[in-house]
Design a protein around this ligand. Structure first.
Ligand code: GTQ
Length: 352
């Protein structure tokens, strides 16, 4: 590859004149923006242990009343992007949110898509678009773009959940904003009950709901049962994984980020090929050793980590007698829509 001309090779007065006219020569920066074979990634493999987050989040509960926070969240910020950017990867934002008994996080809606993965505690609920979704550990609750949502808590102990948003993307695209609303009227009916059986969807005489988001709550009990059935029916299957989809269309549950649940059999070591999207793993039950070519760490129960794109991953269940279950969030729907989704089983470029 020929070396391209540098900025220093140009006369200073020429560069100054270009700049004065808001012009920049491409060639000194061409390799920077189009690097050979593999993109430059700011995202660093980062591990956020729950035992570190939890006491600090409970402290936030003492320091800042909900009225002063609106959403009491500690953001899981990737140092590779600088902490101020509050992003886990190029498109993903992660936050750990605390709601104390009796508190209410008022109704709002915004352009970024969000989901909640419930980590700990009983008695909280999120009302989304009029549907009151109970929050139990491991449940996935969607709050897609534009839908009103508010959180409340009728239980006796703190409730903590993980928020995953495509906020960095929306912010970068200059489309991120919110609207405040008033307490929603709860409309009877629950998508997680109506769509409780895969392959069987409600069909009133005049046709299906046609709703873009017919199912807002995905109970952990059902996803877990699906994984256990899959593992026992398909002993040869390496990646025991399910994807959270729209039960009417089979498409990804949300437009930008993809959501999955993954099971590792006792003692299983799973090799995941390098893929273009960054990935977030959150341990719902059990634990695992997470390894890339560059580093390794142990994910304990309720821990969360982020791995940059184009990175091969080996996940090992360190328990010899119990399965481990993970919530997985990634940027794959976005990459597919953009036509840049790529798998590199041999670590070589496979440009689509
Ligand atoms: O619960 O609606 O972590 O609006 C960031 C922004 C949570 C929420 C976050 C939000 C929310």
């Amino acid at each position: 590859m020929t070396d391209l001309g540098r900025l220093e090779d140009l006369p200073a007065d020429y560069v100054a004149e270009l700049r004065a006219h808001n012009l920049v020569p491409l060639w000194p920066s061409l390799r920077g923006v189009l690097p050979p074979k593999i993109p430059t990634r700011q995202t660093q493999a980062t591990h956020w242990p729950y035992q570190t987050i939890k006491p600090l989040l409970l402290r936030a509960g003492e320091l800042t009343p909900i009225e002063k926070a609106e959403r009491r969240v500690l953001v899981l910020a990737n140092p590779g992007h600088t902490l101020e950017k509050m992003q886990a990867s190029a498109a993903m934002y992660l936050g750990m949110q605390l709601l104390l008994p009796g508190e209410w996080a008022p109704s709002h809606r915004h352009t970024p898509n969000a989901v909640r993965m419930v980590v700990e505690g009983e008695g909280a609920w999120t009302t989304v678009d009029g549907e009151k979704c109970p929050m139990q550990r491991g449940d996935l609750i969607l709050t897609p773009t534009g839908l009103w949502h508010e959180h409340g808590h009728d239980g006796t102990d703190p409730v903590i959940w993980l928020d995953v948003l495509d906020l960095p993307l929306a912010y970068h695209l200059e489309v991120s904003y919110h609207l405040n609303g008033s307490r929603q009227d709860v409309i009877p009916g629950r998508g997680d009950r109506a769509y409780a059986r895969g392959g069987v969807v409600p069909t009133p005489v005049f046709g299906r709901s046609g709703k873009r988001y017919p199912m807002l709550r995905y109970p952990w009990a059902d996803a877990r049962a699906a994984l256990i059935a899959l593992a026992s029916d398909r002993p040869e299957l390496d990646a025991v994984q399910v994807t959270y989809v729209n039960p009417e269309t089979g498409e990804d549950a949300e437009n930008i980020l993809g959501f999955h649940a993954l099971m590792l059999r006792p003692g299983q070591s799973l090799k995941l090929p390098a893929r273009s999207p960054a990935v977030v793993f959150h341990a719902i039950e059990g634990r695992a050793r997470m390894a890339t070519d560059a580093q390794a760490f142990d994910l304990a129960e309720a821990d969360t980590c982020c791995i940059p794109g184009y990175t091969a991953i080996t996940l090992t269940n360190t328990s010899a007698d119990t399965p481990a279950f993970f919530f997985v969030a990634d940027e794959s729907p976005l990459h597919r829509k953009l036509g840049v989704y790529e798998v590199r089983p041999d670590n070589q470029p496979h440009m689509p």
